[in-house]
Design a protein. Structure first.
Length: 87
């Protein structure tokens, strides 16, 4: 299982949103083929076919903010991202 798949499972699990590394969340979105734009400390993600824009910012410990992890999870679930053809 790849690291991106492990992070995807951790995000979808939803039991420890405040303990997800910011860099891991960014890499997950890149793995899911989002386009990234950086402006200061803000990492802004968009993807064709997805209306929502994801704006992420690390906390002081380079962890993801729990509410932002929840937003990412909701987008993954709503658009069925990360699923393979045989699922």
């Amino acid at each position: 299982m790849s690291k991106s798949t492990k992070i995807l499972m951790k995000v979808l699990n939803g039991k420890n949103d405040s303990n997800i590394n910011f860099t891991d969340l960014v890499n997950l979105l890149i793995f899911l083929e989002f386009d990234e734009r950086i402006k200061g400390s803000h990492h802004i993600f968009s993807k064709e076919g997805i209306v929502e824009i994801i704006n992420l910012q690390p906390d002081e410990n380079n962890k993801s903010k729990a509410y932002q992890v929840k937003q990412v999870r909701n987008i993954i679930l709503n658009y069925k991202l990360g699923e393979t053809e045989d699922e």
